[in-house]
Design a binder for this molecule. Structure first.
Ligand SMILES: *Cc1c(COP(=O)(O)O)cnc(C)c1O
Length: 759
């Protein structure tokens, strides 16, 4: 049956809910529409031909699905019109859906964008991950501190369907049944693929105690409760290995089963499967596949060759602490069946080179997962041009010299369906009016907007859309957090995980500096609103102290009418995809201020650019490519270069204390952290710890970039206030140049260079 057309949708909903749409609750409409999407997406399932991709990832930060699926299936406009004709609103409907809690930050969001692009490009590619019951914690602010509660997002109608399929996985010598759940991934006017999520039937959320604490040893009940369980103790670290092995063992069994069903004799697995290892969390899929192939009678050498040809690895970070390494005795405990294989792989790797720094098992009996990935996959890619260069020339130079042919770059991207069509319908409509709808599937068509950069009518329309989006964010903030913001102020937004390398603390010091300036009568050219969204890892003390300082400063400013006329700080609680979709279209200035060399790519930077914000950023990650695309007049760049930073680290001669002592502005801003004003509503312990961290450590070199940051930011504020038309023109140039950052382009590159799907 045809489902499009307002009349048809009306019929379907009335039949499904057994009453008039006016009488339906939003919950009933949600359930009915979910069924419509399910049936419709089934029609786009197509048989797999040739090689199929399996994208294995510990995270898939997919966001809410109803609107996204309706857009991809071409039903959104009709559904919206139908609901509105009956006095119902799409926005209210969207509120009913809980956001899936299956990811943490950019890495998980990238995986979600990739699934969208694969299906849109009609490539067969499935995701493999875990079905976390509470996923990442829910963030709440109490007394200017982050507190964590479980995010119970399961329980209603669910997009991921329980299947009858289970796979036996042996953990610490005991068998568990991993059950497969499947979530349909719709492409925009494309095919349907699946996200395969594994879980145990025995998980028991009632073991969760205070906050997000629980018995970390009760594997049967806890295994898929949380994403990234606190690993500050050994039980937490072991639990991560348990989780990872559940994911890769069930995943590998599923892959082999599918390939055999499609006719593979396993010797030719390469003709049927490509496996992408997203960061090091799924690395154990390598020895696990070798083990499973061994069970089918394929010897170690051939199995190793097959697996190397099938698998590829993406590196997401150069932060050493994020390249996972496990004490060998952890693996002996959890996956004793893999250890003999990992030892053979280590011996094979050692036989290839004298350089013991590339060994898998080092002299301290530590197993380096990334080393196993690079030796025993055919491709290692970085996620932005600069990042890949740093991998090749410094971080992984020892491997690059061994395997230059394996290293390649795939600059990250974002799906324009969610990050433009869905989150910014007004901008989408204007673009379509100007250049037609082709950009939705061919992002390079955005270039055509360059024809309008001097068209005052278009610029006026663009400015009005930005203002509407700011008013919408203001309304949402008032509704959800009871905060009132002024949409006529300049919105500067920093939203991303809270981490010292991302340098929210630099922004904090700027805001303190502004506070002093306003107190001294040097007011900004226009009122500013600094908006933050960020979760801190529960065990990351300094990150939580930065949140505390920002919340406290927000309070201090709010209580001071002299200052609050000119500046406001808003910290959005529980930053997630839903919040991002409201914030990004409303942004004037996008803060991408990581320490150069530390942000592998960033994708938030791309989302903001696409939605008409100008970037204030360092030459880091994909900022470098954004700057190249838009030209230096259309971006605000500041700070040390990655080479300067890397040199400073290698000389080990950075002393934050010297900067603090000689620079009066830095001194004043840091001292303010423990001023009377701050202590009157903040906590001494947290503020003092942060202050000491900045003076005595400052591992991410905040202070050398402080003055350059202030100067560039003041320039941006002045430009925005004094020449709004020119500002809008520059945002239009940013939008027109955003096409390169579509994940469709990224996926086409992966396919051409690494996967060769459908061949
Ligand atoms: C895009 C996105 C991120 C990644 O942001 P970066 O600025 O690249 O770190 C993190 N969280 C959410 C919810 C996102 O949508």
């Amino acid at each position: 049956m045809k489902v499009n057309g307002v009349k048809n949708i009306e019929n379907i909903l009335t039949v499904s809910c057994k009453k008039e749409i006016e009488q339906c609750s939003y919950e009933e409409l949600y359930t009915a529409l979910m069924k419509v999407v399910e049936e419709e997406s089934l029609k786009h399932v197509v048989p797999v031909r040739g090689r199929k991709l399996y994208y294995i990832s510990a995270e898939f930060l997919i966001g809410k699905l109803l609107s996204n699926n309706l857009i991809n299936l071409g039903l959104y406009d009709d559904v919206k019109a139908c609901l509105e004709a009956h006095g119902k609103s799409m926005a209210a409907l969207e509120e009913v859906e809980p956001e899936p809690s299956l990811g943490n930050g950019g890495l998980g969001r990238l995986a979600a964008c990739f699934l969208d692009s694969l299906a849109t490009l009609n490539l067969s590619g499935d995701g493999i991950g875990l079905r976390y019951h509470c996923g990442l914690f829910h963030q709440k602010f109490r007394d200017q501190l982050q507190s964590e509660t479980p995010d119970f997002w399961l329980g209603g109608d669910e997009w991921a369907k329980k299947t009858e399929k289970t796979y036996t996985v042996s953990l610490a010598g005991k068998d568990y049944e991993a059950r497969l759940y499947q979530l349909a991934v719709t492409g925009y006017e494309g095919r349907t693929n699946y996200l395969n999520l594994f879980d145990l039937d025995t998980i028991d959320p009632s073991i969760i105690g205070e906050g997000i604490s629980f018995d970390k040893t009760d594997i049967e009940k806890n295994l898929t409760l949380f994403l990234y369980p606190d690993d500050s103790d050994e039980a937490g670290r072991l639990l991560r290995i348990y989780q990872q092995y559940l994911m890769v063992s069930a995943g590998a069994q599923m892959i082999l089963e599918e390939c055999v069903e499609r006719g593979s004799n396993l010797h030719n697995l390469y003709d049927y499967a490509a496996i992408q290892i997203n960061d090091t969390h799924p690395s154990m899929v390598i020895p696990e596949l070798i083990r499973l192939l061994g069970e089918k009678g394929i010897d170690f050498d051939e199995a190793t060759e097959i697996v190397t040809k099938v698998c590829a690895y993406t590196n997401h970070t150069i932060l050493a602490e994020a390249l996972e390494k496990w004490p060998k005795h952890y693996l002996d405990t959890v996956v004793p069946q893999l250890m003999p294989i990992i030892e053979k792989l280590d011996a094979a790797a050692r036989s290839r080179t004298e350089d013991t720094s590339t060994a898998i098992i080092d002299g301290y009996q530590i197993v380096h997962m990334a080393h196993m990935d690079i030796h025993f996959t055919h491709s290692t890619n970085g996620v932005a041009a600069l990042h890949t260069e740093i991998l090749k020339n410094s971080e992984l130079n020892n491997f690059y010299r061994l395997y230059p042919e394996k290293f390649n770059n795939k600059t990250n991207g974002i799906t324009f369906r969610r990050w433009l069509l869905e989150c910014n319908p007004k901008l989408t409509e204007l673009i379509e009016e100007l250049i037609g709808p082709g950009f939705k599937k061919d992002a390079s068509e955005l270039e055509k907007l360059m024809d309008f950069t001097d068209n005052e009518k278009v610029l006026k329309q663009l400015a009005d859309i930005k203002h509407d989006n700011k008013a919408a964010l203001a309304a949402w903030l008032e509704h959800t957090q009871k905060v009132v913001v002024n949409p006529d102020s300049m919105f500067m937004i920093q939203s991303k995980r809270m981490h010292e390398y991302k340098r929210q603390q630099l922004n904090l010091l700027y805001l303190i500096h502004q506070y002093f300036e306003i107190k001294a009568g040097h007011t900004p050219k226009i009122p500013i609103t600094a908006i933050f969204g960020a979760k801190a890892a529960p065990a990351y003390t300094i990150a939580k102290d930065i949140i505390h300082a920002l919340l406290t400063l927000s309070e201090v400013i709010g209580d001071d009418p002299e200052v609050s006329k000119w500046m406001q700080i808003v910290f959005i609680e529980n930053y997630n995809v839903t919040a991002a979709e409201k914030m990004i279209p409303a942004c004037d200035l996008s803060e991408q201020i990581s320490l150069a060399s530390k942000e592998a790519s960033g994708t938030g930077n791309m989302k903001f650019m696409l939605n008409g914000a100008l970037t204030l950023g360092t030459m880091d990650g994909a900022n470098v490519e954004i700057a190249e695309a838009v030209g230096s007049e259309n971006i605000y760049i500041f700070g040390q270069s990655s080479n300067q930073v890397i040199r400073r680290y290698s000389h080990g001669d950075y002393s934050a204390r010297e900067w603090y002592e000689v620079d009066p502005n830095i001194h004043r801003a840091i001292d303010f952290l423990t001023s009377e004003a701050m202590l009157s509503c903040g906590r001494q312990e947290n503020l003092e710890r942060l202050k000491n961290e900045l003076i005595y450590k400052d591992w991410f070199q905040t202070l050398p970039d402080f003055n350059a940051y202030i100067v560039r930011k003041e320039q941006a504020v002045a430009d925005y206030a004094q020449n709004p038309l020119d500002w809008t023109k520059r945002t239009l140039i940013n939008i027109s140049k955003a096409g390169f950052f579509s994940s469709d382009r990224t996926i086409e590159e992966y396919n051409k260079d690494i996967w060769h799907l459908g061949e």
